[in-house]
Design a protein around this ligand. Structure first.
Ligand code: HMG
Ligand code: MG
Length: 301
């Protein structure tokens, strides 16, 4: 299969910032989102409408979104909504295109992350999806723990297929496959993707969401490209992790994804240097440096 274009879904403002210990001011989050759009990002996950008690870093969701109303309509803005309350708040912004429901292939992770079983989560997501779609919003789905769970260990691809099908049946136009704790190797990703395709999944309706804890995210992208995937979630500067997955580091860095695609002659529409610059103010507030290897090399020049 020849992939000529990759769609990058920038999740740094949400997945990245939800797990940084330092709370980032709303204005800095807004600057980060706008600069990433300026760098050529056409899909961005800006915040999550989750409980502020569970994830205080996202408690300014309404303010972030009210400052982002002028993001061009050509950009797809998505947010996480675990339940109807989250959806109600997301609808207030007037600039959300897509709401994402997030399930898991592991019962323990579902309980720790969203305080309910997989079955209960699907019931909640059904209600969210029905209401969202009736209101003209697109619905995206996540499956976490596609290879391993921080509480249960290795996960059988059959469990991933089960949750993927439930999400597809409730109307998700795309399902993002999360290696939540960033431990998967390409052979494991291949097993999961093959299992999904064998059960009828369309590779064009799947996205790879690979955390980089063990440094394998980019190799997992390469394997996924070989198997026909062309959509990947990534986080500027490699920010973040997951608050309910101890030890998990950030997503694959957007810079590293763009660097790989540039080198392979695959279009992303994203300017590498502008992405590096986009996160500078955020990194300064947090007190860290860019975690992307290609960004570090570029900065050292
Ligand atoms: P719960 O405590 O069971 O909820 O949490 P509840 O329905 O019993 O409500 C309890 C209180 O929370 C109530 O307030 C609700 O109003 C409030 P009180 O009456 O006590 O004052 N509440 C809310 N407030 C704001 N927004 C809401 C909302 N819902 C209830 N939407 C809940 C259940 C799902 C809300 C909670 O577990 C939660 O927020 N979990 C989210 C955790 C999270 O954000 N995790 C990180 C994102 S997932 C991820 O990172 C993985 C991913 O990147 C993919 C991958 O890497 O694999 C996507
Ligand atoms: Mg994630």
């Amino acid at each position: 299969r020849f992939i000529s274009t990759v769609e990058v879904i920038e999740v740094g403002p949400r997945d990245g910032l939800q797990n940084e210990k330092v709370s980032v001011p709303t204005s800095v989050k807004v600057q980060l989102c706008n600069s990433l759009v300026d760098a050529g990002v056409t899909r961005i996950e800006t915040t999550s409408y989750v409980s502020p008690k569970w994830v205080p870093q996202m408690s300014d969701n309404i303010d972030v979104m009210s400052s982002l109303v002028s993001i061009p309509s050509s950009v797809e803005v998505s947010v996480l909504t675990p339940n109807l309350k989250g959806l109600e708040n997301a609808k207030l912004s007037g600039r959300v295109d897509t709401v994402s429901v997030f399930g898991a292939a592991s019962e323990s992770f579902s309980q720790k992350n969203i305080n309910c079983s997989i079955e209960e989560s699907i019931q909640r997501f059904s209600a969210v999806a029905e209401t969202a779609r009736a209101g003209g919003l697109k619905v995206r789905g996540y499956v976490s723990c596609i290879a391993a769970c921080p509480y249960e260990g290795p996960i059988d691809p059959k469990n991933v297929v089960k949750v993927w099908r439930l999400l597809k049946d409730l109307g998700c136009y795309e399902v993002s496959l999360g290696d939540t704790i960033g431990v998967a190797t390409p052979n494991q990703i291949e097993k999961v993707l093959n299992a999904l395709v064998a059960e009828g999944a369309d590779v064009n309706e799947l996205a790879g969401h690979y955390h980089d804890t063990c440094g394998t995210a980019l190799t997992n992208v390469l394997k996924s490209l070989d198997l026909g995937l062309s959509k990947f979630d990534s986080s500027a500067a490699g920010l973040g992790g997951c608050p309910y997955a101890a030890g998990a580091s950030g997503n694959l860095a957007t810079e590293d994804l763009v660097y790989l695609c540039d080198g392979l002659g695959i279009e992303t529409g994203i300017d590498f240097g502008k992405v590096v610059k986009a996160s500078e103010a955020t990194l300064e507030v947090i007190g860290i440096t860019n975690r992307s290897k290609s960004a570090q090399a570029w900065q050292a020049k």
